[in-house]
Design a protein around this ligand. Structure first.
Ligand SMILES: Cc1cc2nc3c(=O)[nH]c(=O)nc-3n(C[C@H](O)[C@H](O)[C@H](O)COP(=O)(O)OP(=O)(O)OC[C@H]3O[C@@H](n4cnc5c(N)ncnc54)[C@H](O)[C@@H]3O)c2cc1C
Length: 498
């Protein structure tokens, strides 16, 4: 227990005793300080930008225990930071430095509760890893299509609380579109039993949609009922080297025409993030070599790489040969039209996985490279090429030598537009001196395109001030009124989102 910060604080001791009595001694852990190595992953966010100090990390076993923990915290005035896999990228799951917040881990709520193969639904507890939910669906011969690079460590509750997007949004929508019902605990410690598997239910305000994307500020999600889909009969990916984003956009349009609902993903990777990937994960070079792209230059030379690499994913109820025929025709059309200079189709499951591994290696390579000013922006797809030109020009004019690390879900109009300082400048200096300036340049241009400052990662701590400045004031007023009505004590995740 962090007695150094709470000498003689009887109320805190009583709260801890009540929490221990609620979930058991073994499930209440008290870090000794922000640097307690035993709790680093719970007290620091995935990107390492927010370090906090929790009074206790509490891990209830089930929904009733979650509700009981909330009642204890409400009684003792302790705020709660919900945590799933703690892979969020905006600091939403990190405690503050006060040593007075409870991190409430949902990780012990980890059961798949039901699979209904006729209704095409799966019900699971919030602490299930996304990969476990996908596996349970696959075991029943079905598909749960939400897919993120972090799926081996993020949880269903976190996916819903952030309304996660990922790589299949183009076809299946984001987490919100895949959820039919929720079970959640409110700030009074009551349980809402809303695990409906209905596709139609117009009985008033849809609390499910209020909670999804609320980042732990309105309620604690303890379980969800999800939509399943028939598993595709065939699935294939293509990598195409495009000379420009205009060319990639023309390819996207053609892919929609040719593949229609079979088009499940359309990702882009810029030359510079590809070069970082080759530098930090040289094993990825094999995928590019298969395209005939020379990666022999040590460290990955961005100038030698295609301006944009598109990863296109298609899944179909048709046999593999029929899908392959359509993809070959699309690739041929792209080469003829000059939208692509090289193209390769995956010919085996191993090649399919390798193509996706290349795309998913980028955020990890970025992390190994340096801290960057990160933006997860939404832009109407038609405006992406112009935005990229304008943003690159404005950034170079203001800060010569900065490097843009751009990749993402172009088919959804969602780019990860990250900015690294000039070569030779320590990343921490760049962030300290220029983060606000870079964000202002980028977000002003995003707003001019009627875009979003957070397409899929959420607001958390990182974009809270930006939201306060840029969101529609009426929307902000409604959000604050909802928060006040549902959580008047400000118990759930204070300092995040609003
Ligand atoms: C390598 C990598 C790739 C990623 N790719 C993507 C991507 O493609 N698309 C995307 O959208 N995101 C992506 N992310 C971000 C992250 O994985 C997602 O936001 C994920 O949904 C978070 O789940 P989690 O369980 O880790 O949530 P956490 O990080 O634990 O929490 C996220 C937020 O939700 C709240 N929360 C967590 N659980 C609950 C609950 N049960 N009830 C109420 N509130 C809760 C937390 O308080 C916090 O505010 C990526 C992250 C990494 C590290």
């Amino acid at each position: 227990m962090n007695t150094s910060s709470t000498p003689g604080d009887q109320a805190v001791l009583e709260a801890l005793a009540a929490l221990r009595a609620t979930v058991g001694e073994a499930h209440v852990h008290c870090p000794t300080g922000p640097d307690d190595a035993g709790y680093r992953s719970q007290q620091t966010d995935w990107r390492g930008r927010y370090h906090g100090w929790a009074l206790a990390i509490v891990a209830p076993a089930d929904t009733d225990e979650v509700a009981a923990v909330v009642r204890v915290c409400a009684r003792h005035g302790l705020s709660i930071v919900p945590q799933g896999g703690h892979t969020g990228l905006v600091g939403g799951g990190a405690p503050d430095a006060s040593g007075r917040q409870i991190v409430l881990s949902l990780r012990r709520l980890r059961r798949i509760l039901a699979v209904d193969t006729t209704n095409l639904t799966l019900t699971a507890q919030a602490g299930c890893l996304l990969a476990e939910v996908q596996a349970a669906a696959a075991e029943a011969g079905l598909l749960f299509p939400l897919s993120l690079a972090s799926e081996g460590s993020c949880t269903l509750g976190g996916n819903l609380a952030t309304n996660a997007g990922g790589t299949q949004v183009l076809r299946f929508g984001n987490a919100r579109d895949l959820c039919l019902g929720l079970e959640a605990v409110n700030a009074q410690g009551e349980v809402w039993h809303g695990l409906s598997g209905l596709r139609k239910d117009n009985t008033g305000y849809d609390l499910r949609h209020l909670l999804i994307g609320s980042e732990g500020t309105l309620g604690l999600i303890t379980a969800a009922t999800l939509k399943l889909y028939p598993a595709p009969r065939s699935q294939q990916a293509a990598l195409l080297a495009c000379p420009s984003l205009d060319a990639a956009l023309a390819l996207l349009k053609a892919a929609r025409d040719v593949l229609d609902a079979q088009l499940t993903g359309f990702e882009v990777m810029g030359a510079y993030p590809l070069s970082l990937t080759l530098r930090h994960q040289p094993v990825q070079a094999a995928v590019l070599s298969a395209l005939g792209i020379d990666t022999a230059t040590p460290g990955g030379n961005a100038a030698a790489l295609p301006a944009w690499l598109v990863l296109l994913d298609a899944a179909s109820p048709l046999p593999a040969a029929a899908l392959q025929e359509q993809l070959e025709a699309l690739c041929a059309q792209a080469m003829d039209a000059g939208w692509a200079q090289q193209a390769a189709l995956s010919q085996s499951d191993a090649q399919y996985q390798a193509m996706w591994a290349l795309r998913e290696a980028i955020p990890l390579a970025e992390k190994s490279e340096a801290l960057m000013v990160k933006h997860d922006i939404g832009i109407p797809t038609s405006r992406i090429p112009r935005f990229m030109d304008d943003a690159a020009e404005a950034l170079q004019a203001a800060l010569p030598g900065v490097r843009v690390v751009c990749f993402g879900h172009m088919g959804d109009g969602n780019l990860h537009f990250n900015v690294q300082g000039p070569a030779g400048m320590p990343a921490s200096d760049f962030l300290k001196q220029h983060q606000t300036q870079v964000e202002t340049i980028v977000y002003d241009l995003v707003q001019a395109c009627e875009g979003s400052i957070s397409a899929e990662h959420g607001v958390g701590q990182l974009k809270r001030h930006e939201l306060a400045q840029r969101a529609d004031p009426v929307k902000l007023g409604w959000m604050r009124a909802i928060k006040q009505a549902l959580d008047p004590q400000g118990l759930f995740n204070p300092g995040k989102l609003l």
